[in-house]
Design a protein around this ligand. Structure first.
Ligand SMILES: Nc1ncnc2c1ncn2[C@@H]1O[C@H](COP(=O)(O)OP(=O)(O)OP(=O)(O)O)[C@@H](O)[C@H]1O
Ligand SMILES: [Mg+2]
Length: 331
């Protein structure tokens, strides 16, 4: 059969520049932050928190954007749809994602809120805690969904975080509709346990009726089903999607594919510096494997390998050519 795809993965997500800094646990406590999660803040709160943070580094981020940067680093063909403002951070975001080899053609906003920022505190245990000012992301709407781009990609990857800016939900639904009309696959990441709490009923409907490939970490899948533990959540999600890849930090991941279950180990001996991007890069590896026609267990192993790269340095974007890591591992 002739293949009509010209892209492997197109992602729709919040376009964000990260500010990453080391922090002690007491700073999290003082600001009422829950470790390992993401909370939304307004511009004033973001400024206040930034003033309280130690020296930081600015790196382009955005969960789904990190994932497509990973796909491109693996040698896949990738595109991104998301909203920045035409300000300096917006230019940084655009430069970085294009330099990573990802097509990015969404028009920037020429007025309104500034490009989104995420303040990331990395505690001595390498865990990350995020406070996000969504800024220009609230301007993403259905008009930004390029049906031709979505229609030309094997997989449309959507982040749960996109349910927070109100108009983006319509963009999300339109992207899903176009993808399924073209017979493409729809992938979703649940993003964050608090995000799942905010949108539980809608996310369950998406998983039941629209999603082919689901990504979630342990706390997110437990939150989705209000399960008592991981085993109960696993049973609840089994059979709902063609593939589900559930990540469990150092315990690795569990991949469900049809009736089959694969338990995938995390990489041994990883240099744990900053876990930001572990889930994002796991998804990159998994999706790249899948779009190259690899079996589910191999997809999971490529995911683990990419996640290990992400956690070995500050920031979520890959710093090593992931294709080379995969080649060296004979995956
Ligand atoms: N401490 C660790 N040691 C080894 N591998 C890890 C570790 N933490 C994460 N990983 C790898 O990363 C994958 C995804 O991790 P995790 O479940 O923490 O995702 P996540 O919570 O979405 O991460 P984040 O949102 O911080 O990017 C795991 O399946 C595993 O392969
Ligand atoms: Mg995550």
């Amino acid at each position: 059969m002739a293949r009509t795809e010209t892209l492997d993965v197109v992602a729709v997500g919040n376009a964000i520049v990260d500010v990453v800094a080391r922090a002690e646990d007491r700073l999290l406590r003082r600001h009422g932050l829950t470790k390992g999660t993401m909370r939304l803040v307004d511009e004033a709160a973001a400024r206040h928190l930034y003033d309280a943070m130690g020296p930081g580094i600015e790196i382009s981020g955005g969960s789904a954007a990190n994932t497509v940067a990973g796909v491109a680093s693996l040698g896949g063909r990738a595109a991104f749809i998301g909203k920045v403002r035409d300000d300096q951070l917006g230019q940084v975001f655009r430069h970085d994602i294009q330099a990573a080899g990802v097509a990015f053609a969404t028009a920037p906003a020429s007025d309104g809120a500034a490009t989104a920022r995420c303040l990331i505190m990395v505690t001595p245990d390498a865990q990350r805690t995020m406070s996000t000012y969504l800024g220009a992301c609230v301007g993403l709407g259905p008009a930004d969904i390029d049906a031709q781009v979505i229609g030309s990609a094997q997989v449309t990857y959507l982040e749960g975080y996109l349910w927070d800016p109100p108009q983006a939900k319509a963009a999300f639904r339109l992207a899903m509709k176009v993808a399924s009309e073209k017979g493409r696959q729809v992938a979703l990441t649940l993003s964050d346990p608090f995000c799942v709490d905010r949108w539980r009923d809608e996310f369950r409907d998406l998983v039941d009726n629209h999603v082919d490939i689901l990504f979630a970490n342990e706390t997110e899948i437990i939150a989705l089903y209000r399960a008592k533990d991981f085993a109960e959540a696993l049973n609840a999600v089994r059979g709902k999607t063609a593939f589900a890849a559930l990540t469990r930090s150092e315990k690795g991941s569990v991949v469900l594919a049809g009736d089959d279950t694969y338990v995938i180990a995390a990489e041994p001996d990883v240099q744990l510096v900053d876990t930001t991007g572990a889930g994002d890069l796991y998804a990159a590896g998994f999706l790249h494997g899948l779009t190259q026609g690899r079996d589910p267990a191999t997809c999971g192993r490529i995911g683990s390998l990419c996640a290990a790269e992400a956690i070995s340095h500050f920031g979520a974007r890959p710093e090593t050519a992931l294709a080379e890591l995969v080649r060296r591992r004979n995956l």
